[in-house]
Design a protein around this ligand. Structure first.
Ligand SMILES: *Cc1c(COP(=O)(O)O)cnc(C)c1O
Length: 411
């Protein structure tokens, strides 16, 4: 790997978060800019999972449910709460983001029975809109109103709107919504706001309660490093918890699952958003991964995230015109999250050529190259190396090699 200029090395030397990189088991020579898709393995997780398997499962067997397993969805939820501006009993962990979105949108619709419209964005993450579509079809007589890219979602609100369902940081462009302003607009129109925090949690400060959010969901395998398929979180505001009903009324969301009674009676607090038996192996991995967040200062994370992405965009600017590249991520700090997307006609082949040079980002069809900046383990040197490698892939025409022509199944 090439040595960066002194000015770049100096940024790493004065970086207060630099020591956190040692908490991750990250291959040495790899520049990993895909932690916004699958976070890196934190040290300690594999030992924790081994302990669950070898001690709690093998030896403890059924007694381990009472020895802490049964409380993992709420105890892990309480750990995530402080990262998203929630109180500990407003958050539970279980199922996937898609499934939790189904529960939250359905719960919100149930609270606005006279209204028949769900507002979302046309360029929301596809699963978010597929879930809204499935729900509208299931319930019948519902409509989805799509906000066009760069239009203000507040303009799509009206007295027919039950729910506004948005992703806080856009997965393609990293454009970020002003959560408080948009939530207030939804409330003024009599609607409820459901936020997807998949690209926000662990990437920038989030304060759901200060924004007045009603419901929220989010991934834990991206910036929180919970591992592949780690269970998602689900938030419901305290003020709604008493009346909010979600339709996946499984026994783990029941007031007293082990009473084995005939009728569903929802648990108090966010536990009513659980459905079936918790995924203990994944929850164990996630709870271990979350330990390192206990004294992370999100203001410092945000400051470094912006510094890394500013550096990257500045370096890419130097060769963007020459190679027909367009940075689609907003430049203004308050308008962007923690990744940078660059439009390139042959972006898929370019990202594959880049991976061969030890720089991993990803590609989002049809033409966006995505570079995620995860301040706990991404350095300024990594960022500089990524930009230099990208430039080299273009200058050398390496991406034109035939072996990069085929689209991979998972991008
Ligand atoms: C990553 C992501 C998801 C993923 O949902 P799963 O159910 O975990 O597959 C959903 N929504 C957004 C906005 C995401 O970024």
């Amino acid at each position: 790997m090439i040595t960066p200029p002194d000015a770049i090395a100096a940024l790493d030397e004065s970086d207060p978060l630099a020591p956190m990189r040692a908490l991750f088991d990250l291959p040495d020579e790899l520049v990993y800019l895909d932690g916004n898709s699958l976070g890196v393995l934190p040290r300690g997780v594999s030992e924790r999972v081994a302990r669950i398997v070898n001690e709690e499962w093998r030896q403890g067997l059924i007694s381990s449910w009472g020895g802490g397993w049964i409380d993992l969805p709420t105890s892990v939820g309480a750990t995530i709460a402080h990262l998203i501006g929630a109180t500990p009993d407003e958050v539970v962990v279980g199922d996937s983001t898609s499934v939790n979105l189904f529960k939250c949108i359905a719960a919100a619709l149930h609270l606005r029975p006279e209204r028949r419209v769900i507002v979302t964005e046309a360029d929301n993450f596809p699963t978010d809109n597929y879930i809204a579509q499935g729900l509208a079809e299931l319930l019948g007589d519902y409509q989805i109103r799509y906000v066009a890219p760069y239009e203000d979602p507040a303009d799509a609100l009206g007295d027919d709107v039950a729910v506004l369902s948005l992703t806080h940081v856009n997965y393609r462009t990293a454009a970020v919504h002003d959560m408080r302003r948009v939530t207030t607009a939804a409330h003024d129109a009599g609607a409820l706001a459901v936020w997807d925090l998949s690209h926000s949690t662990g990437a920038l400060p989030v304060d759901l309660n200060a924004a007045g959010a009603d419901f929220a969901v989010g991934c834990t395998y991206k910036y929180l490093n919970g591992g592949p398929g780690a269970p998602a979180f689900c938030f419901a505001a305290q003020t709604l918890l008493g009346e909010a009903r979600q339709p996946l009324s499984g026994w783990m969301g029941h007031m007293d699952p082990f009473a084995f009674g005939p009728d569903y009676d929802p648990a108090p607090a966010a536990r009513r958003f659980l459905c079936g038996t918790p995924q203990i192996l994944s929850l164990g991995a996630l709870s271990s991964a979350l330990e390192l967040w206990s004294d992370v200062d999100m203001i410092a994370v945000r400051r470094k995230s912006l510094a890394l992405s500013d550096l990257f965009m500045g370096l890419v600017d130097e060769f963007a015109d020459e190679h027909g590249l367009e940075i689609v991520t907003p430049r203004q700090h308050e308008r962007r999250g923690s990744h940078v997307s660059v439009r390139a006609a042959n972006g898929h082949a370019v990202m594959r050529a880049l991976a061969e040079r030890g720089v991993v980002g990803d590609f989002r069809a049809p033409d966006l190259m995505r570079f995620g900046f995860t301040p706990l383990y991404t350095s300024f040197t990594d960022t500089w190396r990524a930009a230099m490698a990208l430039r080299d892939v273009f200058d050398s025409h390496a991406w034109r090699n035939e072996r990069f022509a085929q689209r991979l199944r998972v991008t």
